[in-house]
Design a protein around this ligand. Structure first.
Ligand code: ADP
Length: 717
């Protein structure tokens, strides 16, 4: 650019040489001629003032070169006036002044030329900048009239400089008010920086611009207008809009998150907080994070801002003393529209989780202590049947160390013959089925077999099970012994029963002739004493026979040799027959027997039913004082009957009631002793009722009477 200026200057010098040098030449020539002429007249002084004309011209045009003109004229002057003055001081003085003046003029004009050249250069330079600038540079005067309009302005506004210079700038703004506003700010502030506004181009399309302006002042320093540098930021604005939209969407997402979210700038300023966090800490947007969240005057030592600003994502746990809560924090960099980085932090309140974790750990520790010190062997069986955990008792049971056990499969401890059964049990237990326990043979280290009672329990929520094993080897041994003893006892019992059966039969055989002969003897005439003895023999023999018969019957029942001979008969008829046979006895005791029995046909073993009634009614007569009353009632209940034999007798004490149906059980009373009973009657009643599918029971009140009940189906299966 400077070269171009010099070139132009050079051309100007060449053009200017013609007339300037001629003028100078004629001025010098005029001085030379004048000197000759005046010297010829004898004049040597005054006219030298005219020499300043060519010196001044040379000084203005050729700067210091004016000295040559001054030297030439001085030399010529001295030469011409020599004959007249003979080199007087005056002549030299004047000549010297000429040279000095020429030097001063030359110097001053040279400096001025230099300044002018620099000024021109700067002007050209500025013109070039304005022309080649990518930014629009527009000069608007104080009245709002456009005074300058560069190429860039032409490019994005579509107007040429000729079209707009001299017109008001108001028409370019989308909002015409903006023109006055910008001028107002520039006048007030003296400048305008990155002011964003929208202008309309020649096609009336909006162009977003960022404008900076400076005030232009006149020589007196008064504002005359503004120079405005504007940049088309339509694309940036669109981009910003998109980013803003995205950021708004992000804010919306962050707002709807269940976790707390906040955004902090690089200088710790809280830019955003979502609802969750606002509810927790209050709205702290605009505050300094270490002050509002940590109540500190400087950044916390744990703060991850610096790391995040280096575009790192950090995850850490923070315990807030203010809230007494623990948060899981994820902190990640977030790029802003202006390229700066903010820190986005997601707060998740994990206090509850932490507490649960701690409680879980405590519970785990607690259970581990129980597990470890349990008196049964315990182990955890994984899905692949490997043992993952075993307690001390398991070590003792198996003979292996903990490390050895925890490398083995559960099945390795099961005896071959039990393996399939235990596996099946294990599988079913895992599904929640099968009985709780399983007994199997456990193979310990030295091959010793132990009997264990195992309970496998699936662990809820996991695919593993816990097995508890109780060593029952000793118990098993005892069971074997017991079984052996039982078998022996059963054999002995059978032998005893067989023996008794035979014995009863054998005892009964001599009784029949005794009774027979006693009754024969009765028919023979005897003394009163003799007859009394014979009656006693007969009575005792009959009693003995009754007893043996009952014992024989019970022995038959025990050996299941008793059979039912079913018959259809009227229950009323049976009862009447029994009452008839026992009436003489009742009469002796002045007792009254009442019967309330509907006409019911039942199917049963008549003899056995007769025996039941005989036993119950004879007991009622036996255990009721003279003048007492016996009631026999039968109720038809549809499918079965309910019989009640009630008396007003001595009653049975409460503690004896549950036992009276047991064999040989008797309540020790004077009546019992007197009757010579054996405590077998009610046992036979119970067995016969049972044989017919019924049930028997009794209620009683001491000294008031007893009631014996039994039920029986009307038809036998
Ligand atoms: P026993 O043949 O000795 O009467 P039971 O088996 O018939 O034997 O009766 C057992 C016991 O029940 C009797 O000894 C008696 O004490 C008591 N007992 C039975 N029936 C009655 C009753 N109706 N009143 C009072 N006690 C009775």
């Amino acid at each position: 650019m400077r070269d171009r200026v010099r070139e132009i200057m050079g051309q100007q010098n060449v053009k200017g040489l013609d007339y300037k040098i001629l003028i100078l030449f004629f001025a010098v020539l005029a001085c030379v001629v004048l000197t000759f002429y005046l010297a010829s007249k004898g004049e040597t002084r005054v006219y030298t003032h005219l020499f300043y004309i060519p010196i001044l011209l040379a000084g203005v045009w050729y700067h210091k070169k004016a000295i040559y003109v001054a030297l030439f004229l001085s030399f010529f002057y001295i030469l011409v006036t020599y004959p007249l003055t003979h080199l007087s001081v005056d002549v030299f003085e004047r000549s010297a002044i000429l040279v000095v003046v020429a030097y001063v003029i030359g110097l001053v004009s040279e400096k001025r030329a230099k300044v002018e050249e620099e000024l021109r250069e700067t002007k050209d330079y500025l013109n070039d900048i304005i022309k080649s600038s990518a930014d629009a540079i527009v000069v608007v005067d104080k009245e709002g009239i456009v005074r300058s309009w560069n190429k860039a302005a032409e490019d994005y506004m579509g107007y040429t400089a000729d079209e707009v210079i001299g017109t008001p700038n108001k028409k370019f703004f989308a909002d015409p008010e903006e023109a006055d506003k910008i001028m107002e700010i520039a006048l007030r502030e003296g400048e305008l920086k990155n002011y964003r506004t929208t202008v309309l181009n020649k096609d009336k399309k909006p162009v977003h611009i960022s404008m900076s302006a400076a005030l232009l002042k006149d020589k007196k320093g008064l504002p005359v207008g503004t120079v405005r540098v504007s940049r088309d930021i339509t694309k940036i604005a669109e981009l910003e809009e998109k980013i803003k939209e995205k950021r708004d969407n992000l804010d919306l997402i962050l707002e709807s998150m269940a976790d707390g979210v906040y955004i902090v700038s690089g200088d710790y300023k809280v830019e955003f907080m979502n609802r969750v966090l606002i509810d927790e800490f209050g709205d702290q947007v605009g505050g300094i994070c270490y002050k509002v969240f940590h109540d500190r005057e400087e950044p916390c030592p744990l703060c991850k801002n610096t790391e995040v600003m280096k575009e790192k994502t950090v995850r850490w746990e923070w315990h807030s003393r203010m809230k007494n809560k623990t948060y899981d924090l994820i902190e990640t960099p977030l790029k802003n529209i202006d390229g700066s980085i903010s820190k986005l932090t997601i707060f998740r309140d994990i206090s509850k989780r932490k507490r649960i974790e701690e409680e879980l750990k405590e519970a785990k520790d607690r259970y581990m202590v129980i597990f470890e010190h349990a008196l049964t062997a315990l182990c955890v069986i994984e899905e692949d049947k490997k043992i993952s955990l075993a307690n001390k008792e398991f070590e003792i049971l198996s003979g292996y160390s903990r490390e050895e056990i925890e490398d083995k499969k559960w099945t390795e401890f099961i005896a071959e013959e039990d393996l399939e059964r235990v596996n099946k049990y294990h599988d079913e237990r895992r599904k929640g089925g099968a009985p709780a326990c399983c007994v199997f043979k456990f193979v310990s280290r030295n091959g010793e077999i132990k009997h264990v009672n195992t309970c496998i329990e699936p662990i809820p929520g996991a695919k593993r099970c816990i097995a508890s094993l109780l060593d029952i080897t000793e118990l098993k041994m005892k069971e074997y012994d017991l079984r052996e003893t039982c078998e022996k006892l059963a054999e002995l019992d059978k032998m005893k029963k067989d023996f008794l059966n035979v014995a009863y039969h054998e005892m009964r055989s001599p009784l029949a002739p005794i009774v027979g002969y006693a009754s024969l003897l009765e028919r023979i005439e005897h003394t009163d004493k003799g007859r009394k003895y014979i009656r006693n023999i007969e009575k005792c023999a009959r009693q003995l026979e009754k007893m043996i018969n009952r014992m024989l019957e019970l022995a038959r029942i025990d050996s299941r040799k008793v059979e039912r001979i079913l018959d259809e008969f009227s229950i009323q008829g049976v009862v009447r027959e029994v009452v008839k046979s026992l009436e003489p006895e009742a009469k002796v005791r002045k007792q009254k027997i009442a019967i309330v029995i509907p006409e019911i046909e039942i199917q049963a073993d008549k003899l056995k039913i007769t025996a039941i009634f005989t036993n119950l009614i004879s007991n009622a007569i036996k255990y009721t004082h003279e003048g007492g009353r016996i009631d026999i009632m039968v109720v038809d209940r549809g499918k079965d009957i309910r019989v009640c034999v009630a008396d007003t007798g001595i009653g049975i004490p409460g503690e004896h009631l549950p036992k009276i149906f047991e064999r040989f059980y008797m309540v020790d009373t004077s009546l019992t002793r007197k009757s010579g009973s054996l405590g077998l009657g009610l046992s036979i009643v119970k067995e016969y009722v049972k044989l017919h599918g019924g049930r028997v029971w009794a209620t009683s009140e001491l000294e008031k009477g007893s009631k014996f009940f039994f039920t029986m189906p009307k038809r036998q299966k």
